[in-house]
Design a protein around this ligand. Structure first.
Ligand SMILES: N[C@@H](CCC(=O)N[C@@H](CS)C(=O)NCC(=O)O)C(=O)O
Length: 216
């Protein structure tokens, strides 16, 4: 058995999710940087690892390759159950998953690099138009997320109660993206409160893009 490896990139929000989970669980893995801006996700070696040409990719100690950030995080939660990232009770778990999927399934895929590049190359969007596209979907997603948080008694210091879950793991990288695209976050006070609280947790801080060795 060798050390587990995370193929990621400092600015990738899906890789950022996995980094937060690893940090929360105190798991030390090797990090390999896939330079998305240089198109390294399209190299034959990387496509061999993940035919979808997306990061993150996680290679377990046994040499098994896993893709999709949420699948990787759920795997980590099962093999290293403390602290748990999904609540034990089915309805609580469903709420956390639904918050996480709101971001991971309905917002992030429409504003990731390859979609914005395609808007530019195939549909003539300039940078302003591509960024406005991203901002639109991020704002819509965060607006829904805010309502869900603000109206639920289950919301605590974190998205669900007082310990970090998969929902916070998805929220924090999405807010990082929102700031990159200059989304006005002031209409989302509950989101901002939770973001500020996560910033006090060392695991979130250690996982942030600026703290990664490949940050530019
Ligand atoms: N659903 C995937 C999304 C992965 C994804 O979109 N990764 C982005 C970085 S955040 C990527 O590799 N983009 C490369 C590209 O767009 O060419 C997951 O959660 O792992």
């Amino acid at each position: 058995m060798s050390r587990a490896v995370l193929h990621g990139y400092f600015r990738s929000s899906a890789a950022f999710r996995v980094r937060i989970a690893l940090q929360l669980k105190g798991l030390d893995v090797e990090h390999v940087s896939v330079q998305l801006r240089k198109g390294q996700q399209q190299s034959p070696e990387f496509i061999d690892l993940n035919p979808a040409a997306l990061i993150p990719v996680y290679v377990t100690e046994e040499g098994v390759t896993l893709t999709e950030s949420l699948a990787i995080i759920e795997y980590l939660d099962e093999v290293a159950p403390q602290p748990r990232l999904l609540p034990a009770a089915p309805l609580e778990r469903a709420r956390v998953r639904s918050l996480a999927y709101l971001i991971a399934c309905d917002v992030h895929p429409i504003q990731n690099l390859r979609v914005l590049q395609r808007l530019r190359t195939q549909f003539g969007a300039d940078d302003d138009a591509a960024n406005a596209w991203a901002r639109h979907y991020i704002e819509k997603g965060l607006a829904a997320f805010e309502v869900e948080l603000a109206r639920s008694p289950k919301t605590g210091r974190f998205c669900h109660g007082d310990t970090p879950t998969l929902a916070d793991i998805c929220l924090i990288p999405q807010v990082f993206n929102a700031r990159r695209f200059q989304v006005d976050l002031s209409p989302f006070p509950t989101v901002l409160r939770i973001v500020d609280h996560c910033a006090t947790v060392p695991a979130f801080e250690r996982a942030r893009p600026e703290a990664q060795p490949d940050a530019i």
